[in-house]
Structures are given as C-alpha cells and as structure tokens.
Ligand binder design. Structure first.
Ligand SMILES: Cc1cc2nc3c(=O)[nH]c(=O)nc-3n(C[C@H](O)[C@H](O)[C@H](O)COP(=O)(O)OP(=O)(O)OC[C@H]3O[C@@H](n4cnc5c(N)ncnc54)[C@H](O)[C@@H]3O)c2cc1C
Length: 557
C-alpha cells in the first residue's frame, strides 16, 4: 500500500494545473495517468483559450454574459463569474511559465475571434494551443517534483463511511494491482467522447472518472448536454478547429450558398456551436447537403495565411479526407465533441463525496450549461484545476488517512478474474461500436421522445452485453484487451446517465434540441438534472440554476 496527501487522477491540463498548485502549498502530491501526460486529450486542443483582458479594452463581465448566453442560460452564473474574472491571470501565468502565444503586429498577445462572442478574446498558439500549454505544464511538474504514475489505470475509488480515502489502480505494464491511500483525490480524467461514434475525442476519452465518481456516490449533472461540433471531417469525425471560422471560413451548402447568413445574420458562421450544428443538420436534412455534409471553405484566406494560422487543420484535411483546403472546400458535418455535463462540483472542485474533488472536462461546475463556447474549456481546466489543487492541499493539512488496507482491492481483483474467465462471447469492440453509433443516432443534434426511448433500450442492452465480454488476452503485460473491457463498463454507465437525463428534459435548450418540444421553457426547466446511482439503476433529482445578474432572454445570434 502507498500513501499520498493529494492524489490526482489525470495528467491533462486540469490534472497538471491542480498538481502544480497543490505542490506549491507544500504537501505531498502524486498524479496517476493511464497514458503518458502529454498524450492526454488536452494535447489535441487546437483553437485557443478565452480571457477578457482589461488592458485590451475587454471586460470579464462581457465574457461572462457571452458564456451565459452560449449556455442557453443553464450555466450557473456565480461559477461563470469566477471563471471569467480569473481568466486573464490564468492566461498570463501560462505565458510567464513559457507558453509562446501568437503575437499581433505590435508584439502584444494576439487574439482571434471565436464563436458566440462579441469580442476577439481567444489567445492561441497557431492551431495547437493545447499541445503548447500541456508541454509547458508538464515541464513545470517535472521541475516541481510531483510524482507521476505513468501508465497506471485507476479501477475504483475507495469510499469508507461516505468519504473518499484513495484509489485502487493497476500498473498497465505489469498488471500489478495497488491500493493507494490519499487524504484528497482529485478527478481530472477528462471527457466521455467515445461513448459516441464517431467523436473528435481521443480513444482514451472513455468517461472513466464520471463512472468512478458515480459508483462512489457523487452526482452527475447536465449529462443530457452533449456538444456536437459543427466542423468535423466527413468519415473519420476528426475535428477541424473553430479557428477556421474564427479566421473567416465560410460554410456552404450544395447550392453554394453561405447558409448561416439566413439563420444567424449577426454572428453568421460564428454563432454558438449548438446553433451552427443545428443549421447544418437542417440544411442536410432538407436536401441541401452533399453526401451528408456541408462545405467549409477557407480558400479566400490564401495559402500563406492558412499555413501560418491553420497549418495543422490543413494537414488533417489532406491526411484524413484527401482534400487540400487551400485548393478546395472540405466536407464537414456536426460531430460529437464535448460533454457539458459531468461530476457535480463547486468552484473549489468539491463534490458531494468528502475527500473527492473534480476539475476539467470530467467535472460539471456548471460553467458551460447547455452549450460550451469554443475556447472556454481550456480555461475551465486551468482555473478550476488550480482552485481544486489549492483547496485540496489546504484540506489535507488537517485530516488523517482513512483506515484502509490492501483488502480494498478485492472487488476489483474479483471483477478482473471474472472478465478473464468469461467464455468466448461478446467482443468489447463490437459492443463499443454498437453503443457509440446507437448513441449518435438516438441522441444526435436533434432528438425526440421516441429516439430517447430507443437510447434507453440501447443502454440496457449494451450494459448487459458488457458483462459477458470475452477477454482473449490472459497475460498481465500491457493487457489493453482487459483495460478496454473495463473502460467499456465505465462508458455504458455514462451512456445510461446521458439517456436517463435526456428523457427527463421536457423542452429544447442548448444542445438538447427536441423536435417534439422545440421551445425553451424557462418557467419549468431553468433546472439542472442530476443522476445518482441507486441499487439496481439510478435516481433523478433537480436543482435550480443560479442566476446572479443576467435574467434569461430570447437567444439570437
Ligand atoms: C480535438 C479537440 C480539440 C479541442 N480544442 C479545444 C480548444 O481549442 N479550446 C478549448 O477550450 N477546448 C478544446 N477542446 C476541449 C478540451 O481540450 C478538453 O475539454 C480539455 O483539454 C480536457 O482536459 P482535462 O484535463 O479535463 O482532461 P484530458 O486532457 O482529457 O486528460 C485526462 C487525463 O485523465 C487520465 N485518465 C483518464 N481515465 C483514467 C483512469 N481510469 N486511470 C488513470 N488515468 C486516467 C488520462 O490519462 C489523461 O491524463 C478540444 C477537444 C478536442 C477533443
């Protein structure tokens, strides 16, 4: 058994920011991650990070309002205020640590436009901002001496008398199982993108943390809010960053029409993501698509500018769709990108389970509500990563380890043995694919009562099938077959929470757009939906949205 003060699960931006800040408080900190830190999905973030800097004439309150409107008024305004107020300092501290942001012609930090915002307040490093930030934070972690368990896979959280006191984890290299006691555990495990197929998310984004927390008694909130990004590549679903539209790209239909002009006359291609995705889907459904897609056109920006600002997405177009965007428009479609929902946590990362914190995409601090603005997620990971790291470090100074011993691993050992002894039956790949395509078909850009009922049936079916997965590899070294099978268990639970929440919401708001209930209903549904685990299935409850200064109004772009 191993002991740490603060144990952070996840080495993406949220996890590393939390680790650095906790370490600075002088406590013992360790990070555990199932992949090498710089392979975390944060590395894939392209477009940038938002902040309203006062010395540029911007105001955090404007950023807050754009975020609230973007959330379709489901975001909690007290939390949004914290994120937007602290954004400037966060971006500047990343710059001071060594992130080389693009500059404008005067040598100041440069910004680009991003969707749903009235100001250009997105700071960026070409179109690989996440990679730049993640590498800088990783260097800082190494320098600060926080211990990193690389390629260790967390199987469960240890809970005693309702308190979280550590984790059970497996060394992927050797199959060794270890019990780790921690006075505070911070979940920073990222999103659940791969519950849907296709998705812009890395294959490792399997919702582990949401499921771990759910099993430990935490609440999952806003799970019905799943973001479809307007520009994912035909076929593979690989993301083409909103930076393309930020830099001036057009969206065209089969009649060569810039269709966003009619739907969102003011913001055009840069309306909020849920809005643009719905418009694209409508064009496609009404017969003005091209083979299930619309076109993203950047040709007018010119080759030099494209190479300077959008080099990575040009390469992605060539590699994955065989289209060079300098010469031709690229076929794109709405694709699953982000989970607005997650483990309910407050502005210091605290969840309903004492000792358990959550930050980053795994958490729902309710800053994104029904729809996240582009470039607000990197910000969310850093601001709330920092806050949870500091808070957890303070907390551990006055508590003791819970009384836990190696027997805490027994349930996980039994589960692994059971998986390994399953007879030749279902393959995890097939079940995962059936779940992913089903979730996309039934809980897509548009949904209705019938499709959501189908989603619930699908979830029941895949949950059952996931129990009898056949694990062909019986060895201990790098048994990814076993690990993927365990991940599938996490994913089916996330799928259940999403479908169960979606069917509750009797209105259309943000990413939850019902064709059978097209209007927003503020009178009855200015509420969050929460899911908690019950004996056999789950329980649903509701929580009012926190409004501070901004009353809901009709949302137009
Ligand atoms: C292609 C793409 C582009 C994006 N572009 C932008 C952008 O430009 N701007 C923006 O604001 N947002 C963007 N986003 C969203 C943003 O990148 C993510 O929401 C954010 O980076 C998530 O960070 P995180 O720290 O929460 O998690 P991640 O970076 O996903 O890290 C999760 C960590 O948890 C670990 N982990 C998970 N499960 C386990 C387990 N069971 N055991 C051990 N370790 C585990 C993983 O190893 C990993 O280290 C983009 C997302 C994608 C997919």
């Amino acid at each position: 058994m191993i002991d740490h003060d603060v144990l952070i699960i996840g080495a993406g931006l949220a996890g590393l920011r939390a680790a650095l800040c906790a370490k600075e408080q002088g406590v013992d900190v360790a990070v555990v991650t199932k992949v090498h830190p710089v392979r975390s999905h944060s590395n894939a973030a392209q477009g940038g990070i938002n902040a309203a800097l006062t010395d540029r004439g911007d105001d955090w309150r404007d950023h807050a309002y754009d975020t609230i409107k973007g959330s379709d008024f489901l975001g909690d305004q007290d939390a949004i205020e914290v994120m937007c107020r602290e954004a400037g300092d966060e971006v500047i501290s990343m710059e001071n640590m060594g992130a080389i942001f693009n500059r404008d012609e005067n040598g100041n930090l440069g910004t680009r436009n991003f969707g749903g915002q009235r100001e250009a307040r997105t700071f960026f490093v070409a179109d690989f901002t996440g990679q730049a930030l993640l590498h800088v934070l990783y260097e800082q972690i190494v320098k600060a001496g926080a211990f990193v368990y690389e390629e260790w896979f967390v199987l469960s959280l240890i809970v005693r008398d309702g308190k979280c006191g550590g984790v059970v984890m497996m060394d992927i290299k050797t199959g060794k199982i270890e019990v780790v006691r921690a006075k505070a555990v911070i979940l920073a495990t990222g999103g659940l993108g791969r519950v849907f197929e296709p998705s812009t998310n890395a294959l490792i984004c399997t919702g582990d943390g949401m499921s771990l927390a759910y099993r430990a008694g935490a609440e999952l909130m806003d799970m019905e809010m799943v973001q479809y990004h307007p520009t994912t590549l035909k076929g593979s679903g690989v993301l083409l960053s909103e930076a393309a539209r930020g830099e001036g790209a057009y969206l065209l239909n089969s009649e060569n029409e810039r269709f966003m002009l009619k739907y969102a006359p003011e913001f055009k291609e840069l309306a909020s993501r849920d809005v643009v995705s719905r418009c694209e889907q409508t064009e496609i459904d009404e017969g003005r698509g091209i083979d299930g897609c619309v076109l993203l056109d950047v040709r007018h920006l010119g080759e030099k500018y494209i190479n300077e600002r959008l080099s990575q997405i040009r390469e992605l177009g060539i590699d994955f769709a065989n289209v060079d965007m300098v010469k031709e428009p690229v076929p794109v479609m709405p694709g699953m990108h982000y989970a607005m929902g997650g483990v309910k946590a407050d502005i210091d990362g605290k969840t309903a389970v004492p000792g358990l914190y959550a930050a980053g995409e795994v958490a729902c601090i309710s800053v994104h509500g029904g729809n996240r603005l582009g470039a607000n997620s990197l910000l969310d990971t850093l601001v709330f990563g920092r806050r949870s790291g500091i808070h957890a470090a303070e907390m551990v100074k006055s508590v003791k380890h819970l009384s836990i011993d190696d027997s805490a691993a027994q349930d996980d050992i039994n589960h692994i043995n059971q998986l390994l002894s399953n007879e030749k039956n279902e393959s995890f790949g097939q079940v995962r694919l059936d779940m992913g395509t089903g979730m996309k078909n039934h809980l897509g850009v548009y949904r209705d009562q019938i499709s959501m009922e189908k989603a619930l049936e699908l979830v029941k079916d895949v949950k059952e099938r996931a129990k009898s997965i056949y694990v062909a590899d019986k060895t201990k070294t790098f048994n990814t077959n076993l690990m993927f099978s365990i991940e599938l268990g996490f994913m089916t639970e996330c799928a259940e929470a999403i479908a169960a929440s979606a069917i509750q919401r009797q209105e259309s708001r943000g990413a939850h757009t019902r064709t059978d209930m097209p209007d927003r209903d503020d009178e009855n549904w200015l509420k969050h939906i929460l899911v908690t685990k019950a004996e056999e299935s789950h329980e649903i409850s509701f929580l009012d949205v926190i409004i501070t200064d901004w009353e809901p109004v009709i949302r137009q772009y």
